[in-house]
Design a protein around this ligand. Structure first.
Ligand SMILES: C[S@@+](CC[C@H](N)C(=O)[O-])C[C@H]1O[C@@H](n2cnc3c(N)ncnc32)[C@H](O)[C@@H]1O
Length: 209
């Protein structure tokens, strides 16, 4: 975990950090990795991956197990400690960064795969697009407004996608897969949108002579 980012005063008072640290301390239950990620990992060659708001690392650890060099970023050091323990238990290498991802300096044109699961910050989306390397893939799955009719999950409008919104947040990516609907997860109904998009290779044209 990056001690530099852990020691910043800004992070120590971050409201999301307080909220999520308390949640991980009070009620953490190990959860299986995302089914969408599992399905796509079977067809993508490993490279450099970023897991945005990685939490307790269920997907970060899976990425490392598939041979990816993975960076997980999350505002909750308590969540990241759980992720670190899970990776160590499996003898897997992961790079964990404690930071507000909105403030974190994302590299440009770097990642072969970016994952975002159960997290929404619309202002971050243009930077995520730019952080994908040529041919890089974005996997994004989070809740839609239909979750407000269901028990559990986020209920705040800012954290919920409108119908059809997710592909519109990534207008430069080619859509490889998109779905919306209610699925049962561990016995709970979840209203989710799932998007898989790829940055075109020709996003970086060679200068003409
Ligand atoms: C519902 S959890 C999802 C965790 C993980 N992606 C998963 O699917 O298991 C949401 C995560 O977002 C993190 N988070 C919230 N605001 C954040 C921010 N500004 N920067 C980084 N992480 C943030 C929380 O700490 C929490 O771990």
């Amino acid at each position: 975990m990056s001690n530099q980012e852990l020691s910043t005063a800004a992070l120590s008072v971050h409201p999301h950090r307080r909220h999520w640290d308390a949640r991980y301390r009070a009620s953490y239950q190990p959860r299986p990795p995302s089914a969408l990620l599992q399905r796509w990992l079977a067809r993508l060659p490993p490279g450099d991956a970023l897991d945005v708001a990685c939490g307790a690392g269920r997907n970060t650890v899976l990425l490392a197990a598939y041979g990816w060099r993975v960076v997980g970023v999350d505002v909750s050091p308590v969540g990241l400690r759980i992720a670190r323990a899970a990776a160590t238990e499996r003898n897997l290498k992961v790079d964990l960064v404690a930071a507000d991802v909105g403030e974190w300096s994302l590299p440009t044109a770097h990642f072969d795969l970016i994952c975002v699961f159960r997290f929404l910050d619309r202002s971050l989306c243009p930077r995520l697009e730019r952080a994908l390397g040529p041919g890089g893939v974005l996997l994004y799955e989070t809740f839609t407004v239909a979750q407000q009719q269901l028990a559990g999950g986020p209920q705040t409008a800012a954290l919920l996608l409108q119908p059809g919104e997710l592909p519109q947040l990534f207008p430069t990516l080619d859509v490889l897969e998109y779905s919306e609907g209610v699925v049962a997860e561990e016995g709970q109904p979840r209203a989710l949108a799932g998007f898989v998009g790829r940055r075109a290779h020709e996003a970086f044209p060679t200068p003409q002579a």
